[in-house]
Design a protein around this ligand. Structure first.
Ligand code: PLP
Length: 331
């Protein structure tokens, strides 16, 4: 299904599907497996690398010499985009929204931003609430006036092209589960701009899988989060030639673990991040994967999943952000 689409190789695939025996035992519920998309390789890895394999290929087809993208200052997506641009010989510009108020020096200069600077990305900063898509268009016009060929990558690379990467991940995970003779009941992951969940959903649906898919929200209220996934899932299904294979009412999202908002700490996130570090030696991030994990842990404790099922937590990466957010973990 995916071979018809242009793709560049950026990721180390397949990423491991690993059993987490000590976490499973500590929670006393279902067996938990971790799909290690934090190990995609590029610039310390993460979920955007799979999406960028298709998006950057499209940029190349469009003869782009500079890519423009946007996000929060500690955007993992921007970091992976900057690295991909270097690897493919393109310039990279990013527009950062000051989404976190009272940001400290680490937030503004360490973690992902430090790496963006290493990759030589041009950084533009704008106030919270700016129309980010309009800001990217304006910058693209300026670059065109300078004779460049810019290519705009939507926030989180969440569009029908980027989502192809997560169709691929769904297929890869099902193959690995077969090989390991693991019958997956649910896949759980952090959901933000929605492309990961959209791609997974289309991948599972088109394969006729009955695996449950649950996104744990990290930013938006419930209805808005469903919309974000739907706005990518619907065109993605059509793009791969299966229009209508997904329905809005089948999108499962839980936004109970966002806390006060995007990038703001919660006690459950802190517990989850430290738990995985100390039980399994795996690093999660405070903004995305840590909140997703907090949701999964709480749902296991509440008996949301069947005791006998196997759960795959899709680790979407983000540990580079730990350095930018070091002050929010009370160690
Ligand atoms: C972007 C991101 C997500 C969310 O993925 P979406 O496709 O934007 O929903 C989850 N975890 C990490 C670490 C991310 O960087």
């Amino acid at each position: 299904m995916l071979s018809q689409f242009p793709r560049v190789i950026l990721a180390h695939l397949p990423t491991p599907l690993e059993h987490a025996p000590r976490l499973s035992e500590a929670l006393g519920g279902p067996q938990i497996y971790i799909k290690r998309d934090d190990c995609t390789g590029l610039a310390t890895g993460g979920n955007k690398t799979r999406k960028l394999e298709f998006v950057m290929a499209d940029a190349l087809e469009n003869k782009a010499d500079v890519v423009i993208t946007q996000g929060a200052v500690q955007s993992n997506h921007a970091r992976q985009t900057a690295a991909a641009a270097c690897k493919l010989g393109m310039a990279c510009e990013m527009i950062f929204e000051h989404r976190v108020t009272d940001a400290d020096d680490a937030y503004l200069n360490s973690g992902n931003v430090f790496l963006d600077r290493m990759y030589g990305a041009t950084i533009h900063e704008v106030e919270k609430g700016t129309d980010m898509d309009a800001a990217m268009e304006t910058r693209a016009d300026e670059l065109r006036a300078e004779g460049k060929t810019p290519y705009i990558i939507s926030g989180g690379a969440s569009n029908k092209i980027g989502a192809l990467g997560y169709i691929d991940c769904a297929l890869e995970t099902m193959t690995q589960a077969d090989e390991q003779e693991v019958d997956i009941g649910h896949i759980v992951h952090a959901t933000g701009s929605g492309g990961t969940q959209a791609g997974l959903m289309v991948g599972l649906q088109t394969s006729g899988s009955d695996i449950g898919l649950l996104g744990i929200g990290v930013a938006s209220p419930y209805e808005e989060q469903i919309d974000k996934v739907w706005r990518v899932a619907e065109p993605t299904a059509e793009y791969v030639g299966s229009p209508g294979c997904v329905r809005r009412e089948d999108i499962k999202v839980n936004t109970d673990y966002t806390g006060e908002g995007y990038g703001l700490s919660t006690p459950e996130m802190e517990e989850a991040v430290l738990m995985l570090a100390r039980l399994e030696g795996i690093l999660f991030d405070p903004v995305y994967s840590g909140k997703g994990l907090a949701g999964m842990i709480d749902l296991v404790r509440k008996g949301y999943f069947d005791q006998s099922e196997n759960i795959v937590f899709l680790h979407t990466g983000g540990s580079a952000g730990l350095f930018g957010y070091s002050s929010i973990l009370s160690l």
